[in-house]
Write a protein that binds this ligand. Structure first.
Ligand code: NAD
Length: 275
């Protein structure tokens, strides 16, 4: 008799652009490895819309606590000031989490300690960059310098609090302009929605103090690109991604969505190659 495979139960917190994309992909592409069981959003209309769009049976959890309780692994895709508390609540309940809001985890050592104590995992996808594997390996022998230069079209940054505070009218920019040059801890505060990749690099290789971030915009840029230059005892690495937007969501780089899905797939299968 064929034994029934026990599938990992996945819950998603945040039914916006990323959460919805993840939900669709889990149902369609990861159906052999896991099962989307519940979703939750503070805005009930978002969770209702997502549930309607899904072909599989999914429960809208009445509360965050209910979602965590019913899941083996929680996908965090929340855009809120209390995202850190949400991730903390997941690992405090001894459940693993795939965190998308990586910037919120910078300096959150207590959350990593709780996860370790509770023997659960915090999964962080590489996002829209390449070379994270090399950065982690290079760290073992010492990194001397590392920088990320992100180039984004102005329209992709509209509404950014840092630009508003500085009085920068993004739509009036008519040439290549350096918007930010500084530390990763300042970059994630200034560009919370745009610079998760920098936080991912900082966390992956523990290079927060070394890492320099530049954010450049120009109406000539058609894609979001990220260039990483690293020098260490291993030699030199230059990586560059030129990202197209998700086919169904212009706000998100396609590679970021794909990397989240791939991270989840590896976790379900328990096989980690090149990570
Ligand atoms: N790591 C990466 O590569 C990467 C890529 C893209 C986006 N992100 C991050 O993922 C997160 C989600 O991005 P998005 O584009 O889907 O944002 P979004 O604004 O489209 O969706 C966020 C959702 O969170 C919900 N929400 C807000 N507060 C909540 C709360 N307290 N509890 C439950 N739900 C709540 C909102 O109602 C909304 O539906 C952001 O933090 C973004 O920076 C990361």
């Amino acid at each position: 008799m064929k034994s029934k495979k026990i599938k990992l139960k996945i819950g998603i917190i945040g039914c916006g652009a990323i959460g919805s994309r993840m939900a669709q992909n889990i149902v369609k592409d990861l159906k052999d490895d896991c099962k989307l069981t519940s979703i939750f959003d503070i805005d009930a209309s978002k969770s209702a819309k997502l549930k309607k769009s899904l072909s599989s049976k999914v429960i809208i959890a009445p509360t965050l606590k209910d979602l965590i309780k019913s899941s083996d692994l929680v996908v965090e895709a929340v855009n809120a000031i209390n995202t850190k508390d949400i991730i903390k609540a997941v690992v405090s309940s001894k459940k693993s989490v795939l965190a998308m809001s990586v910037g919120k985890l910078l300096g959150a050592n207590n959350i990593f300690k709780i996860a370790k104590k509770n023997k659960c995992s915090i999964l962080i996808p590489s996002g829209a960059i390449a070379g994270l594997d090399a950065i982690k390996a290079a760290k073992l022998a010492g990194i001397k310098s590392i920088s990320i230069t992100s180039r984004k079209p102005p329209r992709g940054l509209v509404g950014n609090p840092y630009c508003l505070k500085k009085g920068i009218d993004l739509l009036k920019i008519n040439r290549e302009t350096l918007l930010f040059n500084g530390k990763v801890s300042e970059a994630v505060k200034a560009f919370p929605q745009n610079i998760n990749v920098a936080a991912t690099v900082a966390l992956a290789a523990d290079v927060e103090n070394l890492l320099r971030i530049k954010i450049i915009t120009s109406p000539k840029f058609k894609t979001n690109s990220h260039e990483i230059i690293m020098i260490g005892n291993f030699g030199k690495m230059i990586s560059r991604t030129e990202n197209v937007a998700c086919p169904d969501n212009p706000k998100t780089s396609y590679l970021a969505a794909l990397s989240a899905l791939q991270t989840l797939k590896q976790y379900c299968k328990g096989t980690f190659i090149g990570t």
